[in-house]
Design a protein around this ligand. Structure first.
Ligand SMILES: Nc1ncnc2c1ncn2[C@@H]1O[C@H](COP(=O)(O)OP(=O)(O)OP(=O)(O)O)[C@@H](O)[C@H]1O
Ligand SMILES: Cc1cn([C@H]2C[C@H](O)[C@@H](COP(=O)(O)O)O2)c(=O)[nH]c1=O
Length: 698
């Protein structure tokens, strides 16, 4: 709790300063345009002042981050704020000293330029300092608060406040002295808000000061070396590189929509008002995404969420390209904003948490400058490109749509963004082996799936599945014999019952007489056996480089407890993913046999039937078709064989497939074709009533 206090103080003062900044931006532009006459000159003064605010990013950007990492951040923030106070205060004071309109405008532009340049040093120092003030678990909330305040509340308040003040003074009819004009008052507010920040940081947030030993050591290097190291760190750290590129991608998506919005609105047959609506909707989406996103997805992995949001924003840009009605376009714009906002929030939160203190200033400087540049470039380039080519009117039924280059641009940009998002997702996925949609759905419902456990996997994992008496044990032994002839270590195992714990579980589920577990308890018992089996037998063997051959694995639970007992299959899938830490087999050999034939073989052994073998024929039919459905959903991973064929033929087919998969990999080497990372999502909604077509088996 104590550690949060300084941050609260900082947040409050940053809110006021941000309000001052927005007020200053609007006021300086209005002030400059009010000093000259003629609409052209006023337009140039207004636009020029805003452009001047973006220019310093290009010039000072590269060294701003180095300064934030090199010097004491508290002093950096205080000194830069004091300079800004003086510079901003000078803007309304110059005309009071009798300067002409032209001199005043020129000075307003120069002062804005200096102020913005100084801001570029202040922001990385602040961004780098914030994570040192708050516990890691609170970073997202505080980041959320800061983003909403900076980009949502304060710009709106500034615009409303300024226009309200102007309206009141205009309607009152009382002539005001120059120094009390609303715009001038706003400029004073902007200047004094910087003074307030400097004082609070200096006297109230001393925690920002000082340097870690790593930063002290880094400061021995030249600034050029530190600058080069910063770029090397960003380029050479996959997570940081992915995050930075992803954030740029999200801003590019927003920029393209803004740049094309005017032409796009016209192509929808709507006018200026539609443009403003689209523009405003993006910002509403942004605020909604940043404000509500974390509450909705709850504990979903932020790395995954980041990639998902880039995909959401980009897919929404594509949707915009296809929209033929304003209502569709508004939905698209809302989703673009929400996706971009959530991606920005997740990305910056991850950066706060993952990037070390000694290099944080440089990373945030790149993010800050890069996003400005990308936004500016995307708006300008897309604004220029929309003029290319002519548009055609296409009629689809009763709807007429203008097919223009704007739409092509939106579709193309969206497609590239989707690709970037998927790549980012793949690069930084921390839950490999956990199905994406199930994970998302689970998180929305408050039950996120845990991440796949990383481990050095050098071996090969084959699983035999099938109904009762299909011949699994027979084929497991045959394959093991064949593989043992090579130099490989072969581990033969089974579920349930491969361990001491498993033996007890096996007798509980299969031979418990009248004390039979309920369906859910049964599912949990199989999962418990599996968790222990994977942790103590399968993973260690795979880590050693062995070939592990298991008689039954996860699919048995999906088929028996899911389809057989009719428990929700997705929940059984979650349970298994959790129990196994996301471990999937490289190959599943499914021995498919008519339950009548299989149970007949079991009967012929004369050992009696266990609890599951004694289930109804309908139960075993459901199990059979569930296995076949699982294989059909992921054909690359499965080898489906007709278990009525002679054992020797089946063994040959299995041996061949295993040899192909092991390829030329020697003992202790991973298989030639590494398995993909995710569980397929079973869907047993429709169990086929008739026997499977022969084509599904080899
Ligand atoms: N392809 C086959 N054709 C005919 N009989 C077979 C075939 N494969 C195995 N059998 C016989 O069927 C019986 C069951 O075989 P096996 O124990 O290998 O099956 P299983 O699938 O492991 O059975 P369970 O479901 O009980 O674990 C055994 O008596 C075995 O000799
Ligand atoms: C792993 C697993 C197994 N079962 C059932 C399937 C069989 O009836 C028995 C196992 O015995 P077998 O000797 O391998 O035939 O248990 C299940 O219902 N769920 C599972 O996850």
């Amino acid at each position: 709790m104590l550690r949060i206090r300084p941050f609260r103080r900082l947040w409050l003062v940053l809110g006021v300063a941000s309000f001052g900044d927005w007020l200053g931006l609007l006021a300086t532009a209005l002030f400059a345009s009010s000093q000259v006459s003629g609409s052209a000159a006023q337009g140039a003064a207004f636009g020029g002042t805003i452009a001047v605010r973006l220019l310093p990013a290009l010039l000072l950007g590269p060294i701003a981050g180095v300064m934030a990492d090199r010097f004491d951040r508290r002093y950096t923030m205080v000194i830069t704020d004091l300079i800004r106070f003086v510079v901003y205060l000078s803007i309304p004071l110059v005309p009071l000293l009798g300067a002409s309109g032209a001199v005043t405008v020129t000075w307003a532009a120069i002062a804005t330029f200096i102020g913005e340049t100084i801001t570029l040093i202040w922001i990385p120092a602040k961004e780098a300092a914030v994570p040192n003030l708050i516990p890691k678990s609170r970073i997202e909330v505080s980041n959320q608060l800061t983003l909403v305040t900076t980009y949502g509340i304060t710009p709106v308040l500034a615009a409303l406040g300024l226009s309200a003040l102007t309206a009141i003074t205009q309607h009152s009819g009382v002539p005001l002295p120059n120094w009390a004009e609303p715009v001038v008052l706003a400029l004073y507010f902007n200047a004094f808000s910087r003074l307030a920040t400097a004082l609070v940081v200096f006297f109230g947030i001393r925690e920002i000061g000082g340097k870690s030993p790593e930063r002290q050591q880094d400061a021995q290097q030249t600034m050029l070396r530190q600058f080069a190291d910063g770029w090397q760190y960003i380029g050479g750290t996959p997570l940081v590189r992915g995050l930075v590129l992803g954030i740029f991608g999200a801003f590019a998506a927003g920029g393209i929509v803004i740049g094309t919005a005017r032409t796009f609105a016209t192509s929808l047959g709507a006018g200026e008002a539609a443009f403003s609506l689209l523009f405003g909707t993006i910002f509403i989406g942004l605020a909604v995404g940043i404000g509500l996103g974390p509450m909705i997805v709850k504990d979903l992995s932020r790395r995954r969420w980041f990639g998902m949001n880039i995909v959401l924003a980009s897919a929404s840009v594509m949707f915009l390209g296809l929209a033929f009605h304003l209502s569709m376009a508004l939905v698209g714009a809302l989703l673009v904003g929400a996706g971009a906002g959530m991606a920005f929030l997740a990305g910056t939160t991850l950066l706060y948490g993952e990037v070390g203190d000694e290099v944080r200033g440089r990373v945030f400087s790149v993010v800050q400058i890069g996003t400005r540049m990308v936004l500016l470039l995307a708006i300008t380039l897309s604004g220029l490109l929309v003029g290319v080519g002519s548009s055609r009117r296409v009629e689809i039924g009763s709807v007429a749509v203008d097919v223009s280059f704007t739409r092509v641009l939106l579709l193309g940009a969206g497609l590239v963004g989707v690709w970037v998002g998927i790549s980012a997702f793949r690069q930084m996925d921390d839950k490999r082996g956990v199905p994406v949609l199930a994970d998302l759905w689970g998180s929305l419902r408050g039950r996120p799936l845990s991440a796949a456990e990383p481990f050095p996997r050098h071996g090969f994992f084959v699983v035999f599945e099938g109904g009762e008496g299909a011949g699994k044990s027979t084929q497991v032994e045959r394959l093991a014999e064949a593989l043992r002839e090579s130099d490989r270590e072969v581990v033969v195992t089974r579920e349930p019952g491969a361990t001491d714990v498993g033996t007890r579980i096996r007798s509980l589920v299969l031979n418990s007489g009248d004390a039979a577990p309920s369906a859910r308890a049964e599912a949990l018992l199989y999962a418990a056996d599996r968790a222990h089996h994977v942790a103590t037998v399968v993973r260690p063997a795979l880590a050693r480089g062995a070939v592990v051959i298991s008689d039954r694995y996860v699919d048995s639970s999906l088929a028996y407890q899911g389809a057989g007992r009719t428990l929700p299959v997705q929940e059984i899938s979650w349970l298994s993913a959790w129990a196994t830490g996301g471990l999937k087999p490289d190959l599943v050999v499914l021995l498919d046999v008519d339950p009548g034939v299989g149970l007949g073989r079991v009967d012929a052994r004369g050992l009696g039937a266990d609890r599951l073998e004694s289930e109804s024929r309908a139960f075993h039919d459901r199990v059979r078709y569930a296995f076949l459905d699982l294989a059909a959903a992921d054909p690359k991973r499965y080898l489906v064989l007709d278990a009525a064929r002679p054992p020797g033929e089946i063994a040959d087919a299995v041996r061949k497939r295993v040899a192909t998969l092991l390829g030329h990999a020697g003992p202790g080497q991973p298989p030639a074709a590494p398995p993909d990372a995710e569980w397929h999502e079973p869907d047993f909604a429709a169990v086929p009533p008739e026997p499977p077509p022969g084509g599904r088996r080899s």
